[in-house]
Design a protein around this ligand. Sequence first.
Ligand code: ADP
Ligand code: MG
Length: 648
Amino acid sequence: RGSSEKFEFQAEVSRLMDIIINSLYSNKDIFLRELISNASDALDKIRFLSLTDKDVLGEGDNTKLEILIKLDKEKKILSIRDRGIGMTKEELIKNLGTIAKSGTSGIINGFLNPISFFGYFLQLFHDDPVEGIPMITDALLVPAFMEKMQSSGDMNLIGQFGVGFYSVYLVADYVEVISKHNDDKQYVWESKADGSFGISEDTWNEPLGRGTEIRLHLRDEAKEYLDETKLKDLVKKYSEFINFPIYLWASKEVDVEVPSDEEEEESSETSTSEEETEEEEGDTKPKKKTIKETTYEWELLNDMKAIWLRSPKEVTDEEYVKFYHSISKDFGDEKPLAWTHFNAEGDVEFKALLFVPPKAPSDLYESYYNTKKSNLKLYVRRVFISDEFDDLLPKYLNFLMGLVDSDTLPLNVSREMLQQHSSLKTIKKKLIRKALDMIRRLADEDPDEYSNRNKTGENEEKKGQYAKFWNEFGKSIKLGIVEDAQNRNRLAKLLRFESSKSEGKLTSLDEYISRMKAEQKDIFYITGTNKEQLEKSPFLERLTKKNYEVIFFTDPVDEYLMQYLMDYEDKKFQNVSKEGLELEKESKHKDLKESFKVLTKWWKSTLASENVDSVKISNRLDNSPCVVITSKYGWSANMEKIMQAQTL
Ligand code: ADP
Ligand code: MG
């Protein structure tokens, strides 16, 4: 065994390993899930390469795309081996020594303090970073993740953040990673989690051919993982949806018949698996006896069921929920809010399964303009192609998780070529339609009586599913209205808000319209920072008195929303703090205008013309003597406030 080259772990990795080693987290099982998930990723990679270059698979056992688990009870070693892509020396150093995130943050839950969403919204109108608005980078994410790990102690986060490998130190004090990549020799990476790791060219282990073997030297407290039954249960539990066969080198008690006239000692010495039955002995000597022997064989642990290929009628809710947990790597006990599973036929054939997660990742909107990626996995005829495919879904639906498996897309072309394929447009269009249908169904089936104001209340249980959805993903729907002109009306149907008549509950545009007064032409709304402030607004005086309903828009993004949402069901939107408000025809108004003409003229000349455009007799006041309104196409006062806050 040659001498090994020493390397220091990146400081963040060392810290992460310390947290893991000292963790009191009781569920140490997760390491197996992480290792199998890595093995499966590595197999996906080599299978993908083999689509365009058959030779990468090699021959013999190398062509078997499988995962093999073995136990050495004596040496207390658990090893997991795959025939995946393997790692070169460089890759071992980089992948198992540093945290190099490349935008996997799309699925991170709650690592960052909320940073003004509005700032990110501004980036919609700028290609470059806007000054003063932090872009989300590793420099921000990694320490935030560490904090979260340390404070919550929740090891489940590790897989979602993309550092799942290090979970091996929950159960092992010494780990060896033996890896062989087609482009390099076989190497061994090893570490006792003492701040450094070693790499050596492997001259002593059996050649792997291709792939990676992880050898865990288990800690004394983790000896339970040498139990076959335990491992079988874990694989079943966590890796049910892995698309490659997982085998365990499992012991088996077999009955072996041996001639009984042989000496006892001798027969018990035959502890090999060779079965020596002597059935042809004849009737004259029926002296045979049966003894128990232990043999080993590869036992298949999973059935590799691709849930999305089955008929939606046959898949149970429980299976969908489990599948969601496995693809989201979020193994909490929350269920997805909704899902849709369908089979698209016609020119472009594909199957798809989309989920609405129970919670929005806290950086969903913060990284909105930094990342193009959706959380959809793309398969072509069951072969995993990519989970970083652009343009399967529009950005505003990036919160959805799931997969698309296409029969129409070609298998033997590069990702870049696929990205250009004409079928993608059709797929995208259908996905949007189905996604919006799913959300609409949620709204219809489980509407809500939930006020935005009380986000964490005892009423959590009573909340309708759509209220939860709105609370988590309402912004996405609004962004959709801004960005997706084609589906604007469909999206507008999904809008929820409070109004002067909603009594703390959420209401919709359809409901608003159903309550409109007979003579009312426009949909009235007002924007501001909160409902309490808006309720007191002088702009509402007359409207309230005359029993008109006014929508309260209190989210900064609403200002932009209303620049794009001009009308709904043939009704125009009117901001009641802007010019253009028309109530029912009032003949009195004309007379008033005339009789106060001198006064309004005097006001106009007294207030310099650069300060006011015009002075008019108001139709919106009741108690207040006067009010300042803004022009139809200018910024509302609320917008001015937002912009000012932004440039501070
Ligand atoms: P993630 O899987 O989210 O990227 P991990 O910490 O689990 O994060 O793994 C880090 C990286 O190490 C992987 O991205 C991959 O490049 C490499 N890796 C880990 N296990 C294997 C394996 N069995 N075969 C090939 N590469 C692996
Ligand atoms: Mg991983």
